[in-house]
Design a protein around this ligand. Structure first.
Ligand code: SF4
Length: 399
């Protein structure tokens, strides 16, 4: 038997409209939403960014639209993308190149490639060769988290982006403009936190697919619009008549860059797992606490990245606390177990995995691991594995 993408129940009313809109955005690989946004004002510019994190506040303050480029998922047939890469790397760069050579990224006026791994570094080089007329910047992140060293370096990097985007839009990034952008993104953080908290408390109200679509919508919509969408969604699901199921509570780690196909999330839930915490689209909430809206805004952003951002395999772990933070988070969200799901050939995720497994073993926390790629289409093995994991925890509390 072959298990294919499960279908979702049709949602009616305003909640259905919101989910449908988010689904449209998720499937919008031609970035029509971005083209529509640009068509309203000829001076508007869109800056695409690759996973995991860029300070979107800086692009916003320059009058640009930060747009997350998360690959082609399972909706892109790779024809030319494969010829640019060797076979033993992850899938994301192939689909991103496919989008580029097919003109589907033409809505972008520039591209930022955060320094997370060699694959992204090489991809930025290809963009430079293939799109010499576009702004392409390898966004270097600090490896030293002292304010007067890594902090100064990071501020310099952010100012370099601000100068480039301002050059396109004609809007200089003053401190006041940047503080205002921080304020706007803080409102988005608050709305995001409300949805995340609700999912931890009542995961049956916020199914994984809907939650994921809400996250992804934030990578295409202007932030102000996304905040309204999040708030409305969180309010409406609390009024819904969704009922809890006999599922276990699991936390997901490893999916911070190349994203799992949507149907895989639904498969995990159907296998008996409520996803109460994860690192999907983690750049959307990488600095979860409010960032100060007074004082030096550049230093505030640098401090948020260096001292208050979430742990992830692609970020330098200067204090060697990633394993402890993982165990602490399991306790905090009351997870019964952890799914270590990483993209195939993802060096950062797979290099971290033994260390995370060891920490979970020592803490007596059940876990299971598997790999996926963004275009995985067969879910039977994963469903059986996740289902067995859930059953074992329900029956014995261990695996
Ligand atoms: S999936 Fe992993 S290896 Fe591939 S680009 Fe992302 S971080 Fe790098």
């Amino acid at each position: 038997m072959t298990i294919v993408a499960p279908t979702e129940p049709v949602l009616a009313g305003r909640l259905g409209e919101i989910i449908n809109r988010a689904t449209e955005l998720y499937e919008d690989l031609d970035f029509k939403a971005v083209l529509d946004w640009k068509a309203k004002d000829k001076t508007r510019r869109a800056i695409g960014f690759l996973p995991v994190y860029v300070p979107r506040e800086v692009i916003h303050a320059a009058g640009g639209l930060p747009v997350g480029i998360m690959g082609g998922g399972d909706m892109t047939e790779i024809v030319r993308g494969d010829s640019y890469f060797q076979s033993y790397i992850c899938h994301l760069p192939r689909s991103v190149i496919e989008l580029l050579v097919n003109g589907r990224l033409d809505a972008m006026d520039g591209f930022l490639f955060p320094s997370i791994c060699d694959v992204i570094r090489n991809l930025s080089g290809m963009f430079k060769l293939l799109k010499p007329d576009r702004y392409v910047h390898y966004f270097d992140l600090p490896q030293n988290f002292q304010g007067n060293l890594g902090g100064r370096f990071y501020v310099h990097e952010m100012k370099s982006v601000a100068t480039a985007v301002s050059g396109m839009t004609g809007n200089a990034v003053s401190d006041d403009r940047l503080r205002e952008s921080i304020r706007v993104y803080n409102a988005n953080r608050k709305a995001m936190a409300a949805m995340l908290d609700l999912r931890i408390e009542k995961p049956w109200l916020v199914p994984a697919m809907e939650y994921y679509l809400m996250l992804r919508a934030g990578y295409l919509l202007p932030v102000e619009e996304h905040t309204v969408m999040l708030n409305e969604y969180t309010e409406l699901v609390q009024k819904s008549d969704r009922r809890p199921l006999d599922n276990i509570r699991v936390m997901v780690r490893g999916a911070f860059c190349e994203q799992p196909p949507l149907a895989l999330l639904r498969t995990l839930e159907r296998a008996g797992c409520y996803l109460v915490d994860d690192d999907f689209v983690v750049g959307a909430r990488f600095t979860p606490k409010p960032i100060p809206e007074t004082g030096d805004p550049w230093e505030a952003l640098a401090d948020a990245f260096m001292n208050h951002s979430l742990p992830t395999a692609s970020k330098y772990d200067q204090k060697h606390e990633k394993a402890k933070l993982l165990v602490d988070r399991v306790r905090e969200v009351r997870a019964d177990g952890v799914l270590l799901m990483a993209p195939s050939f993802c060096d950062p995720a797979l290099l971290d995995q033994p260390m995370l497994q060891s920490a979970l073993e020592k803490a007596g926390i059940p876990f299971t691991s598997f790999k996926y790629s963004e275009d995985t289409g067969q879910f039977q093995v994963i469903r059986e594995q996740a289902g067995t994991f859930a059953d074992a925890i329900k029956l014995w509390g261990i695996v």
